[in-house]
Design a protein around this ligand. Structure first.
Ligand SMILES: C[C@@H](O)[C@H](NC(=O)OP(=O)(O)OC[C@H]1O[C@@H](n2cnc3c(N)ncnc32)[C@H](O)[C@@H]1O)C(=O)O
Ligand SMILES: Nc1ncnc2c1ncn2[C@@H]1O[C@H](COP(=O)(O)OP(=O)(O)OP(=O)(O)O)[C@@H](O)[C@H]1O
Ligand SMILES: [Fe+2]
Length: 552
């Protein structure tokens, strides 16, 4: 099978030819690790380089108008060379349908339709974000990994469940590459800034910057303002670059680890242009090695925007009969990865794995030894993090967790009793509570209680910070009654901000959607529980958080 791919969502005008002698490796029925020697990928790209500032949509579209026909011609000439005579020179034309800049996407769509019609072959509309993560999954042969996409306009964690890619966590403001590029513009460097930050960081020393994760979500705006202020105050820019890399990439590594811990999977793949950064890859590889997980990052030509990843996913789509008619092939600048009906994967595959509790649990942050009536939680040093950052986080979180676990109980929420705290060693001894994590015992009744608990916390100005289905314990009593406990307050803090309260609900909802078969009744119960005690304003804000398009 031979597929032409076309990419042009923002800066890379790119065309590719993907050819495989092993089409079985594309299919879900004969699932197995692809044989890399059976594949051939040719990529021709022409990047748009803004003369000053960031990407200008109009200039980018002009670039696509000139460069797309050229790269497509080059790729088609290559396909013609490899063709042995019968039938059309490619079996299908795959193109980036979105997300991206509208004017650029329209040029890509027009080119793809023209080639597909001329050759009389199927048209394949690819979601660019799903392509960023499927390339790593295809190459690695991993069955059901957590996927971290670290690209320019986005940053998110995805896992496949029930026929779709679920967003397990994502940026609450700008994409990771765009955030870095904004800082480099501030200090007068040309676009793109990411590679320059990586280079400059080689000569700098670490400076502290704000570190913001909320469950598996995160945000970059605070750290970026702080970085700009440091630059204005005269801190050497190389030092800020070290601080930026250490902080941002530790955040991404932490949320990736939390997603592994939540889903129980032991496979991680990386995608997106920021994935070319060696320090990010090093942190992820180290984290995975330490928890016995497998990690795969594609080579740089498949990480940055490229048509190779579009062609490879197009081949899988064609293989599952997932072609588009010309009439329904319009582009979509806001195409979210969780909107894609995934036809090329088995309906019962899932990122969520059965959980084994063997007496010592490895969470995202800590190791937890489970005794008969006590548990000991140790925040062991994370060697992927800069030692200063690691010390700070372990100490702060241990103190916050001990204090908030007790504060929450006074607010009427069931939590384990704290028996001992050692903030220096970052160890807490708790009463053992519950007989399973909520992830194993999902029920609308328990979800309702979680809603009530969060409302009680918010009423006294406490945010949990990480209320996932693994941070709720359930104890079954006689006659079908059960008691519910909240644990793991390490990311908690005190605030009355509606946004932070809504984020607690959002984090819980995402953890349910990523792993439950029927999330709807659980989420309804969560909200009903919350509304019975908490403020409507928070639910209204939750709707807003959920609807935020993040492709800016
Ligand atoms: C929608 C689509 O157009 C968009 N594409 C995109 O953002 O291009 P991508 O190639 O995935 O990523 C580009 C970003 O990747 C950053 N980047 C490139 N090399 C880097 C490096 N060595 N270290 C850090 N960032 C790097 C650049 O600064 C830039 O912000 C996306 O995937 O979000
Ligand atoms: N007090 C407790 N009683 C019973 N089980 C507990 C208790 N505390 C923790 N556990 C078990 O240990 C697991 C990990 O604990 P915890 O969530 O506190 O660690 P973590 O490393 O912070 O995890 P993450 O950051 O991934 O949520 C829990 O999911 C739960 O199964
Ligand atoms: Fe991209």
């Amino acid at each position: 099978m031979r597929i032409l791919g076309i990419e042009g969502t923002a800066w890379a005008a790119s065309a590719a030819v993907f050819e495989t002698d092993d089409p079985d490796a594309l299919s879900t029925e004969t699932y197995r690790t692809p044989d890399p020697s059976a594949d051939h990928v040719f990529i021709e790209s022409n990047p748009y380089q803004p003369e000053s500032g960031g990407i200008h949509p109009r200039e980018a579209a002009e670039h696509m108008g000139n460069a797309i026909p050229e790269v497509v011609d080059t790729a088609l000439a290559h396909a013609a060379d490899r063709h042995d005579g019968d039938g059309p020179i490619v079996d299908g034309v795959a193109f980036s349908r979105g997300p991206g800049l509208g004017p650029c996407l329209r040029i890509v769509g027009t080119a793809a339709r023209a080639v597909a019609q001329t050759l009389g072959v199927p048209l394949l509309g690819v979601n660019h974000m799903v392509a960023h993560l499927e390339i790593g999954r295809y190459q690695s042969g991993f069955e059901s990994p957590v996927c971290l996409n670290a690209s320019g306009a986005n940053a998110h964690l995805l896992g496949y469940h029930n026929g779709r890619y679920r967003v397990l966590g994502e940026t609450m403001d700008t994409g990771v590459g765009n955030s870095i590029d904004k800082f480099t513009r501030h200090v007068g460097w040309t676009h793109p800034g990411g590679p320059k930050v990586e280079q400059a960081a080689k000569d700098g020393s670490y400076v502290d910057l704000p570190y913001v994760v909320k469950g598996m979500d995160f945000s970059f705006s605070g750290i970026m303002s702080a970085a700009k202020q440091e630059a204005d105050a005269g801190t050497p820019v190389e030092d800020i670059c070290v601080g930026l890399q250490e902080t941002i990439f530790a955040m991404l590594t932490e949320v990736a680890e939390r997603a592994l811990s939540l889903t129980g999977t032991d496979e991680l793949v990386l995608g997106g242009g920021v994935g070319q950064n060696a320090r990010l890859r090093e942190m992820l590889a180290e984290m995975c090695e330490q928890r016995g997980a497998k990690f795969h990052a594609p080579e740089p030509r498949f990480l940055r925007d490229n048509a190779g990843m579009i062609a490879v996913l197009g081949a899988r789509m064609l293989n599952s009969g997932d072609a588009l008619s010309v009439e329904e092939s319009s582009v979509d600048p806001n195409f979210r990865p969780d909107q894609v009906a995934v036809t090329w994967r088995g309906a019962d595959e899932s990122v969520a794995r059965a959980y084994t509790d063997d007496g010592a649990i490895r969470g995202a942050e800590a190791t937890v030894d489970i005794g008969t009536d006590e548990v000991v939680k140790r925040r062991v040093p994370k060697t992927y993090r800069h030692p200063e950052l690691d010390d700070r986080l372990r100490r702060e979180r241990t103190k916050a967790e001990a204090r908030l676990t007790s504060d929450a109980r006074r607010a009427g929420v069931r939590t384990p009793i704290v028996r001992d705290v050692d903030p220096i060693e970052a160890v807490i001894t708790f009463q053992k509570v519950g007989d399973a994590d909520l992830a194993e015992r999902l029920s609308p009744e328990a979800a309702r209680t979680v809603g009530e608990y969060l409302a009680k916390l918010h009423r006294v100005g406490i945010v949990h910070g990480d209320p996932t289905t693994r941070n709720v314990r359930v104890e079954s009593g006689t006659h079908g009654t059960s008691r519910v406990f909240l644990i793991d307050f390490g990311l908690g803090f005190h605030t009355d901000h509606v946004e932070d309260h809504a984020m607690d609900l959002h984090v819980f909802a995402q953890s349910v959607e990523g792993t439950a078969d029927d999330a709807e009744p659980l989420l309804d119960a969560l909200e009903a529980g919350y509304e019975s005690i908490g403020s409507d304003e928070v639910i209204t804000r939750l709707r807003e958080v959920e609807s935020r398009g993040r492709y800016r």
